[in-house]
Design a protein around this ligand. Structure first.
Ligand code: ADP
Length: 481
């Protein structure tokens, strides 16, 4: 199941929230435990110790009154003894309701039993005392002392046990305090790590497809309309990728329609244009009869403009062919030097008419595998542009040298230069950087696009370097294969 960005965010934060709640629940549980133990110390152990003291006091009072009564036989003393006995019994009952350990219950039962034995001994002795006869009071005394000693021992043990319980509870509080501190720290650290991990995963889930889409949009801007964006999740991004792919389809269709249109139009235009050119030439050569100087001037303008149109149509045909992948290449191993020379010679009439000199500086070059016609086209275009854009009295220099990557050819001019903002797009179709509406230099803007395609199809690279007012340098490197 592919989760949407929204569900991923909700799920991620829910997990962090659950972890934080779990940590809090644990801490609350521990605090309740502390509370229970503290309450137990305050309401049980402290009270047991308090009543223990009262028990000891009332026991001592009983012993004191009982001893005095045996000596003085005074009813007031007996009354006091009975009062202490009752108080002792009440305290014993209270303490019984507080203790819960088996050992303590057993101790209390034993104290009750011993106290009862002590009381029955006392009442037996009291009865004998009333008869005023002789009785073995030493034996009574010894037996009572023995019982009271044991009660004292039992009471001490009860006190020790209670104190031990208190220490145990305090130790428990300290131990579980440490444990819960450790566990809370572990949970907090886990939540933190988990939180960061979840954030990274969710962000990556969103940014990764976004980067794919971004790079595709950049490619579309450069004319790559292949629909190849593959994003399977999250669903929102998948939809975006699908929309982008269908946009590519549509763009491809439109681009093909445009190329087809150019190709058709170029074909349809070339034949009549060639006829116009040939006819004009014949008329100029006076095949159709004598013509006046004025007529000759008009005819030569028509011939020149037909030539420009034929060149434009040829360029458009070339670019359509290249874009349709139908450009054919015939590769042979050649020396570029004569090719360059040939291209320069072809440009001499134009350069002479513009008073632009062409200088060359060529080293010996290795033979490379090229389609001579196409490379001539490249050279003519670059040198032609250089001459075209260089003003009267300027200089065009053609350099050729072997480099590590192959053969490097540069065409340098002293023309107006190209603004840096156009340098990146200068090789795109119909891009004309230097021309303004008022500029008299006319062109189609496809020459450099053809150059780029041809060099690319030869496995080479081409680029332009320029600074406004300081001329331009167009360079291409062809590999030695
Ligand atoms: P065009 O037929 O317009 O010359 P290109 O594709 O050959 O078409 O050139 C595209 C644009 O590049 C030109 O219109 C011009 O603005 C610029 N350009 C090309 N070469 C030069 C150069 N040597 N100096 C200045 N600008 C140039």
């Amino acid at each position: 199941m592919k989760l949407t960005i929204f569900s991923r965010l909700v799920l991620g934060y829910l997990i962090i929230f659950i972890l934080v709640v779990a940590a809090n629940v644990y801490v609350i549980y521990q605090l309740r435990q502390f509370n229970t133990w503290t309450q137990s110390i305050l309401s049980v152990d402290n009270r047991v110790l308090d009543i223990h003291k009262k028990l000891t006091d009332t026991l001592l009072s009983q012993i004191e009154y009982e001893k005095k009564y045996i000596i003085m036989n005074d009813q007031a003393l007996l009354k006091n003894f009975l009062k202490s006995r009752d108080e002792f019994a009440v305290h014993l009952g209270t303490i019984h309701s507080l203790v819960d350990s088996d050992e303590d219950v057993h101790i209390l039962q034993r104290i009750t039993q011993l106290h009862n034995e002590y009381l029955s001994l006392f009442s037996e002795e009291a009865s004998l005392l009333k008869t005023n006869e002789q009785y073995p009071h030493v034996r009574f005394k010894e037996e009572k002392e023995k019982i009271l000693d044991e009660i004292t021992v039992m009471l001490r043990q009860l006190k020790d046990n209670t104190q031990l319980h208190t220490y145990e509870k305090i130790r428990n509080i300290a131990e579980s305090g440490e444990k819960s501190r450790d566990l809370a720290m572990v949970i907090i650290a886990t939540s933190l790590v988990f939180g960061v991990a979840i954030s990274i995963v969710i962000t990556q889930n969103i940014t990764k497809p976004l980067l794919i889409v971004k790079s595709k949009i950049r490619k579309i801007a450069k004319g790559d309309f292949e629909k190849n964006v593959q994003v399977s999740s999250p669903p929102e991004m998948k939809e975006l990728a699908e929309a982008l792919n269908s946009m590519c389809d549509r763009l491809k269709e439109v681009d093909k329609m445009k190329s087809d249109f150019f190709s058709l139009m170029s074909h349809e235009l070339r034949t009549p244009l060639t006829s116009i050119k040939e006819g004009t030439n014949l008329l100029c050569e006076q095949f159709g009869g004598e013509i006046s100087v004025k007529q000759e001037r008009i005819l030569s303008i028509i011939a020149e403009e037909s030539n420009r149109l034929i060149e434009l149509v040829n360029s458009l045909l070339d670019i359509s062919k290249i874009e349709a992948g139908m450009m054919m290449y015939h590769f042979t191993y050649v020396d570029l030097v004569p090719l360059i020379q040939n291209a320069i010679t072809g440009m001499l009439p134009l350069s002479a008419s513009k008073n632009v000199s062409i200088k060359k500086n060529m080293c010996q070059l290795p033979h490379i595998k090229v389609d001579t016609e196409k490379i001539l086209q490249v050279l003519r275009n670059l040198i032609g542009n250089a001459v075209k854009f260089t003003p009267d009295g300027g200089l065009v220099t053609v350099l050729a040298e072997p480099v590590e990557a192959g053969v490097k050819v540069s065409v340098i001019d002293t023309g107006p230069g190209i603004d840096s903002k156009y340098l990146a797009t200068i090789f795109d179709k119909f891009s004309q950087a230097t021309l303004t509406k008022s500029n008299k230099l006319k062109g189609s803007g496809v020459g450099l696009a053809i150059v780029k395609h041809i060099i690319k199809d030869h496995g080479g690279t081409v680029w332009a370097e320029s600074e406004v007012g300081h001329g331009s340098t167009f360079t291409f490197v062809l590999p030695v294969s």
